[in-house]
Design a protein around this ligand. Structure first.
Ligand code: ZN
Length: 216
């Protein structure tokens, strides 16, 4: 499904060839539930999000969409509301998100396809990288939290099964998806590039050589 006619009517020109669409968080959730694909040249402006984005705002745009996904209908998706959310350390370089489990959970429960399976109550906390928590990159934060929630539902590793579930997220442009398909995730690529530049500047200003940077 592509973007709807009435959405196009609301599109306005920004920065020459870029186009923007203004949506509330609720409107975004509804678009995702309908499986609307937002074209890569369209920037979403969240009309009810300003300044830094809260973890709860991100959560509230992910779980309702997951609750609507038929593929996840046998899983305890609503229990994800009970999973505590936090932030990764400021000097984190590699990670966008991390799902941390209670130590004692793993001997008893396992990742799919083994049973009994890991569940949201086995999760101690999910941490997100704070550089995504801005109105500009909130779509990346949303898709990263979706990825971490799949781990919390008992899907481990990043195998083909996991990637096919990850591809269920309708905002493909912001999705991580299959690494070999990364070029089709333009918004995600733009985020990675912007983040790399910021980190490179940070490292330069601290006198850390680029050769060290490249290894991270
Ligand atoms: Zn992962």
């Amino acid at each position: 499904m592509t973007i709807k006619e009435e959405d196009i009517a609301h599109l306005k020109e920004v920065d020459g060839d870029k186009t923007a669409i203004s949506l509330t968080k609720e409107e975004f959730v509804n678009r995702m539930k309908e499986g609307v694909k937002i074209p890569s040249h369209v920037q979403i402006i969240f009309s009810d999000v300003e300044g830094s984005v809260t973890l709860e705002a991100v959560r509230d745009m992910v779980i309702p969409v997951m609750e609507d996904m038929e593929e996840l209908s046998d899983l305890p998706v609503s229990d994800l509301y009970d999973v505590p959310l936090g932030l990764l350390r400021k000097d984190n370089l590699r990670c966008l998100g991390k799902c941390r489990f209670h130590r004692e959970s793993f001997p008893e429960r396992k990742y799919w396809p083994e049973e009994p399976r890991i569940e949201p109550k086995d999760v101690r906390r999910i941490d997100l990288c704070r550089t995504m928590l801005t109105p500009e990159w909130i779509r990346v934060a949303i898709s990263v939290l979706f990825h971490e929630y799949l781990h919390a539902l008992g899907f481990g590793g990043h195998n083909p099964m996991f990637r096919s579930l990850e591809a269920l997220w309708p905002d493909e442009d912001a999705n991580g998806g299959y690494p070999r398909k990364i070029r089709s995730h333009e918004h995600r690529m733009a985020f990675s590039e912007a983040r790399r530049e910021t980190l490179r500047w940070l490292w330069d200003s601290q006198g850390i050589p680029f050769s060290v940077w490249k290894k991270t």
